[in-house]
Design a protein around this ligand. Structure first.
Ligand code: ZN
Length: 408
């Protein structure tokens, strides 16, 4: 699975951060968690087709988490979507969507299936498929808010093709039977045992989405042993009181949840607009839970990092500015060596090859103009490859990490 943060701001957007939304890619389907403004544009910018969205999970009905939904549904309508869509969220979500489209006099022509959660529920499986299920639990915010866990079911072990061939397995049906755990009897009466050919079952991966909540027990329950926990970190510890007043978590709270729930990786997002340097929050969280990452918009996170195939490698290094030993060596200024004869070496500016100096008053001096032709390299257009330009034309469609998994 691939987790793709689309917006990591809280409450209001900033010049560089958009309103909350996270996409989860799994086997060609997209599951959206919250849908702030700009969600559909961010999907486009990430190279993800909006038509692949199969279900939308809304945490709560605050505008910054849901106002992108109307635009997205409207685009589905314009794209003549026929495929059904599941919308899951707190009670009132259907009324909200119906009111907007009633006033706009738009009849959504594709089927929308709602699953509304009442504020008194404890925990519930809100979506289930052959291969995965989604569990919801209420969180602790100023209004009713829900956290979600997307859990893949355990997968059967892999069939060792070489071993199977050696044992005399030739037909597809025999492979399937072995994969399902059944033993196969060959024509000559030999029994091939499934346990000898098929590896151990693989544990399903999981993604947990917890946002707009104070530190709470249900966040820990949802996140138990999760592969990735996406948790809000609206404030830092110095603003702990503000976090409590507004029903939010600090970066440290998020890290305590991750540590207690023993997750594999914590990703923090939903940053207050006051933090232009979100590394402060990362540093705070890493003080409690080392395996913490910052959510970057459009920077995909693979639940299985081995699948990244070096498409994107982290280039960020955190340096503690107070720790002098950890600082990079600074460039030191070396005074020029003195000449033995006591004279200082004079420095001359090199004259450009085609430069011409003019005396004042010379009339053929070229006039600089705002409208003069743009500078052209001397070798341009003469078949000589420029060292600054790639010899091959760049592909028209940018390469995205999804390319290896699915062709949209
Ligand atoms: Zn929020």
């Amino acid at each position: 699975m691939i987790v793709l943060p689309l917006g990591v701001s809280s409450a209001t957007p900033t010049a560089v951060r958009h309103l909350p939304s996270v996409a989860l890619w799994r086997d060609g389907s997209i599951f959206l968690f919250d849908c702030g403004e700009n969600t559909q544009m961010r999907l486009l910018q990430a190279g993800v087709k909006r038509s692949k969205v199969d279900a939308i999970f809304i945490s709560h009905l605050d505008g910054d988490h849901i106002f992108g939904l109307f635009g997205l549904l409207s685009t589905f309508q314009l794209q003549r979507r026929e495929k059904g869509l599941t919308v899951i969220g707190p009670k009132g979500i259907k009324k909200m969507i119906d009111s907007v489209f009633n006033v706009a006099q738009i009849d959504l022509e594709f089927p929308v299936k709602y699953n509304e959660l009442k504020s008194d529920f404890d925990h519930e499986v809100v979506m289930e498929d052959e291969e995965f299920y989604v569990e919801a639990r209420p969180l602790k915010h100023t209004k009713f808010c829900v956290g979600y866990r997307f859990q893949e079911k355990d997968k059967p072990g892999k069939v060792d093709a070489a071993k199977a061939a050696e044992a005399g397995i030739t037909e597809d049906a025999q492979y399937k039977a072995l994969k399902n755990g059944d033993d196969v009897t060959l024509e000559d009466g030999t029994v091939v045992h499934s346990a000898d050919i098929v590896g151990d079952p693989r544990t399903g991966e999981s993604f947990v989405y917890v946002t707009d909540t104070e530190f709470c027990e249900n966040a820990i329950r949802l996140a138990e042993n999760a592969t990735i926990l996406y948790h809000e970190a609206t404030f830092g510890e110095p603003l702990k009181e503000k976090a409590e007043d507004t029903g939010h978590s600090s970066a440290q709270d998020a890290a305590i949840v991750a540590k207690t729930a023993k997750v594999e990786r914590l990703v923090i997002g939903h940053f207050s607009a006051r933090y232009s340097n979100q590394f402060l929050l990362l540093k705070e969280a890493r003080g409690v839970f080392e395996k913490t990452w910052l959510a970057y918009e459009l920077r995909p996170i693979f639940t299985n990092p081995e699948l990244e195939k070096e498409i994107i490698s982290p280039r960020i290094e955190i340096i503690d500015l107070k720790d002098k030993k950890a600082q990079r060596p600074q460039k030191t200024f070396k005074p020029a060596a003195k000449r033995k004869d006591g004279f200082k070496k004079k420095r001359f500016k090199r004259k450009p090859a085609n430069a011409r100096y003019y005396k004042s008053g010379e009339s053929d001096r070229p006039q600089k103009s705002r409208f003069s032709k743009p500078y052209k390299r001397p070798d341009e257009g003469q078949g000589k490859p420029s060292p600054h330009r790639p010899s091959k034309p760049l592909p028209i469609t940018p390469r995205t990490p999804f390319d290896d998994f699915d062709r949209f």
